[in-house]
Design a protein around this ligand. Sequence first.
Ligand code: C5P
Length: 314
Amino acid sequence: MLAVVPTPVTVTVPSKINVHLAVGPARDDGYHELTTVFQALSLTDTVTVSAAEESSLHVVGEGEKIVPRDESNLAWRAIDVLAEHLDTTPAELGPVRIALEKGIPVAGGMAGGSADAAGTLLALSTLWKLDLSRDELTRLAAKLGSDVPFSLLGGTALGTGRGEELLPVLTRHTFHWVLAFAQRGLSTPRVYKELDRLRDVGEPPPAVDDHDVVIEALASGDPHRLAELIGNDLQIAAVSLRPNLRRTLRAGVEAGALAGLVSGSGPTCAFLCEDAESAVQVSARLSGAGVCRTVRVASGPVPGARVVEPDGGP
Ligand code: C5P
């Protein structure tokens, strides 16, 4: 067993939205080639790990009843990937208690599961004093899922490949968003399959502009400019599976948002607002419209996964 940090290690991890998501055709490995612009948002999950007598996974918060505790939870897979990297076994690494405090909706298109995987990876590598470089962590993160590297990186980034190849985009401006959580989640593979099906029967027109203009709008800090350019190729597939999302998207704009889109594979809808004050107003009106389960206000970009020092500092 490894020498471990004697106190629990806590990591906070952001959610993400894709302000731009262009989906190419399916590749031979089943994944789709993407060009996407990620933004990390202030809606977060917290992961706390500690050495224990027996391994266990605990979940509180958003979706706590439906988060799997078994090996299908990506947090466990993080241990396997670390063990493989160290050429050892999970048993050799020693039992751990993993506690997830969830703010990010489950199966909501905001990379909640990826955030937990990224958080567990960083927290365990700190607990076990593994001294992994950011590059090594990012490589291990990509083994866990397409969005996991971005959960580590945070900020704003251009993603290519299956979304795991990242180029940070420097932006100095904060954008304000309102998020509408749906009653039930959507399966990501199902949404990609639905897009393939729709394309097979009639090729829906691409929903998105060129990513360069989106990055320019982000750099300008002008939410009105960005509002005209946000777009997501997966939206048509998510709406096809959940036609009610049309109503939610309309309600957000009627509530005063500049624009709205489905976040990633959905079903969460993200609404871009003029400023922080407007976001609070939009969220209040949208809550009253009865078109979603929960409404949250968030801003971005925020940093990626980071260890919270025990004194409460960053
Ligand atoms: O990488 P991750 O495990 O998060 O992907 C979940 C599923 O989403 C994949 O199995 C695939 O069906 C779909 N996907 C895709 N193309 C991508 C990313 C994900 O088809 N670029």
